[in-house]
Design a protein around this ligand. Structure first.
Ligand code: S3P
Length: 161
């Protein structure tokens, strides 16, 4: 059974949708940020501060290799930069959650922003968002409008579950 891999910008709802897909399908859910945090013993923000972004991308590449070789039938929520820096296709069917930047900004609280080192400055985050959109699209097997209700997103993915 193929994995379902959720990609998209920070704050577009990948983790929330992954949990809901796991709940309705009974499949296991993996969150790349959470697994990297558990393995390294520090938060993503601390990891960036101590070791820098390039080292974090290396940890993400290890995650991709591990999923490709060892994980089947899971729902996988990826960090927003993973698919912008590496091919995520080897992990499974790739679903891009597309959401407007303005909408993302209204969804993220101060504490959500504090956890995301690349969302410190809104202008820089918009530049990143603009640069990444075509990359997400190119990696996607399926693109969904992430502004839809979660029930609509789950039913759009029902044929894969
Ligand atoms: C990042 C997204 C974050 C996290 C890290 C870098 C990015 O994950 O992996 O802060 O480069 O877009 P979320 O998409 O879950 O916020």
């Amino acid at each position: 059974m193929q994995n379902i891999v959720l990609i998209g910008f920070m704050g577009c709802g990948k983790s929330t949708l992954a949990r809901e897909l796991g709940r309705v399908s009974g499949r296991f859910v993996l969150d790349s940020d959470m697994l990297i945090e558990q393995r390294e013993g520090i938060s993503v923000a601390e990891y960036f501060a101590h070791y820098g972004e390039e080292a974090f991308r290396e940890r993400e590449r290890e995650f991709i290799d591990w999923v490709e070789s060892s994980v089947h039938g899971a729902i996988i929520s990826t960090g927003g930069g993973m698919s912008a820096h590496n091919s995520v296709k080897p992990m499974g069917i790739v679903v891009y959650l597309d959401m407007a930047f303005e909408r993302i900004c209204t969804r993220l609280s101060q504490s959500d922003l504090a956890k995301r080192p690349l969302f410190g400055d809104r202008t820089k985050a918009l530049e990143l968002f603009t640069k990444r959109q075509a990359i997400y699209q190119a990696q996607a097997d399926i693109t969904l409008n992430a502004e839809l209700e979660i029930a609509a997103l789950v039913s759009a993915l029902d044929p894969l579950l």
